[in-house]
Design a protein around this ligand. Structure first.
Ligand SMILES: Cc1ncc(C[n+]2csc(CCOP(=O)(O)OP(=O)(O)O)c2C)c(N)n1
Ligand code: SF4
Length: 473
């Protein structure tokens, strides 16, 4: 899109940016034609993620500007700004939000005139977009040379502001939603100077002003101590406080209560959770096909006490929990097959990978190709529930294509088995798993049955359509 002059918005969560890292970093090198905004949601406290990484590092790493809205209106306004800015500086712009911003809704004032789409154009020059070393080196000089200007623009940005305060015993540097939390602590206005940071590179001039004017500085940011590390530098200045010095928790989300504690403001009364509430760990839904897959797998593996089962990301990760306790690893999208292959290479047998249908097309296929090419001794279960269950039941890209995909990757058809995971089919499924574990090479078993949640949704839709058809007769 951008190459052809159109605008492109790319959205993902932080771990998605890892998967996207190669195109992301290199799109900083090519630069943009149409504006590009990469919107990434970080998950401090890891509500539904395997790590707590801070995407602002990626913006710095790729040498592109990062925006961090502090409230919903700003997020809305910033999007138009981000596209204009991307087109002005010919670089992608990263917009980083965290959980509360991503999960909140608010009434915002919208622009009166919708923006016109860009016309397709041919302005993208091959010398910028063909990243052969001789050309990429030139682009590297250009982008590196832009950094000073990007910082000056961050100093002058409408989204960064230095709010004067009367009490200079403390200054507060607050980024993104952290600024909102600070303001919540001071309903009648903050007595301390506050530097709000919502646009990077770090506006050092404004930071220096704060350091020069205030006796101590508290740095409030969601995620890692990204600003704090830069501000403290190697000098380990004693008057700088934040997540590294214990005034704020080193990990997890921030909230106004943490800030109140750091600022010596009494917190509102909190109540302990009621002791009568029994914790309910997440579990696979009743009737879920993954349940039958784990029941069968566990049954077979009773006879292979050294078996290792490499899991992946999706509803089926819950197979780690009781009653199944069926998987030994779950690291990142696609790691089941590659880890099983690594384990088999190391001499492990049986090495079983279990992966969902969406995860398989996301990042399992290349691992399977490698395993097939090297005739690894692994058993791969693609647990196909015809949807992307964990993220809410979106369509799965490979539906109806899995047999063709795995055959296309070179799997021996003899060792491709499709089963229906239902209790009544247990004897057949367990026999197939046993046979394929015993086979010395790659086998793929596809248990296929629709997710109970989408099945119910589809049945409801069908009933509604039938009712409507009856009424129209
Ligand atoms: C790199 C990355 N991208 C996206 C996600 C979000 N995510 C969690 S589970 C999942 C898909 C799961 O679908 P599937 O493999 O079909 O399993 P199901 O939940 O349907 O059992 C996604 C996209 C993630 N965890 N990591
Ligand atoms: S949402 Fe679907 S796939 Fe996920 S646990 Fe429930 S039934 Fe299984």
């Amino acid at each position: 899109m951008s190459f052809m002059g159109k605008r492109a918005l790319v959205c993902m969560k932080h771990v998605g940016l890892n998967v996207c890292a190669d195109p992301f970093v290199n799109s900083g090198m090519t630069g943009t034609n149409g504006g590009v905004v990469v919107l990434v949601a970080d998950d401090p406290s890891m509500h539904s993620s395997q790590d707590e990484q801070d995407s602002r590092f990626y913006g710095k790493f790729a040498m592109i500007p990062t925006l961090e809205p502090s409230n919903q209106q700003e997020a809305y306004d910033m999007m138009a700004f981000a596209f204009d800015y991307s087109e002005e500086i010919h670089l992608p712009v990263l917009m980083r939000v965290t959980t509360r911003m991503a999960h909140s809704r608010a009434v915002v004032e919208v622009a009166e005139t919708p923006r016109q789409e860009n016309e397709l154009n041919y302005n993208a020059k091959a010398s910028d977009w063909v990243l052969l070393p001789a050309f990429a080196r030139k682009r590297n000089v250009v982008v590196t040379g832009q950094q000073k200007e990007l910082e000056e623009k961050a100093v002058a940005s409408p989204y960064n502001k230095f709010v004067e305060g009367t009490d200079k015993s403390l200054g507060i540097i607050a980024s993104g939603i952290g600024y909102n939390y600070v303001m919540e602590c001071f309903k009648d206005g903050c007595p301390y100077p506050v530097l709000k940071i919502s646009q990077y590179p770090l506006p050092k001039k404004l930071v220096r002003k704060m350091l020069a004017e205030c006796e101590k500085v508290l740095i409030v940011e969601e995620g890692q101590p990204f600003i704090e590390d830069m501000v403290r530098g190697v000098g380990e200045a004693e008057n700088i406080m934040g997540r590294l010095t214990g005034e704020l928790p080193r990990t997890g989300e921030l909230n106004p209560d943490f800030l109140k504690k750091a600022l010596g403001i009494p917190s509102d009364e909190n109540f302990a959770p009621c002791e009568d509430v029994t914790p309910r760990p997440p579990a696979l839904c009743q009737g879920c096909g993954h349940r039958d897959v784990y029941t069968a797998l566990n049954k077979v593996l009773e006879d292979y006490p050294n078996a290792r089962v490499f899991g992946d990301i999706g509803c089926y990760t819950l197979g780690f929990l009781p009653p199944y306790k069926a998987i030994h690893s779950c690291v990142d999208m696609g790691a089941s097959i590659t880890m099983a292959k690594g384990a088999a290479d190391a001499g492990q047998w049986p090495a079983v990978a279990i992966i969902g249908d969406s995860t398989f097309t996301h990042s399992g296929m290349t691992g399977l190709l490698d395993a097939i090419n090297e005739n690894a001794n692994i058993t791969v279960i693609i647990s196909d529930n015809l949807t992307t269950g964990m993220t809410g039941g979106q369509d799965s890209a490979g539906t109806n294509k899995f047999e063709a995909i795995v055959r296309g990757l070179g799997l021996d058809n003899e060792h491709l088995k499709v089963v229906v995971p239902l209790p009544k089919n247990m004897p057949e499924i367990t026999q197939i798993i046993r046979d394929e574990i015993e086979y010395k090479g790659v086998s793929v078993i596809i248990p296929r049955r629709e997710c109970m949640q989408t099945l119910q949704r589809h049945l409801k839709q069908k009933k509604a359509a039938e009712k409507a058809a009856q009424e129209n007769k």
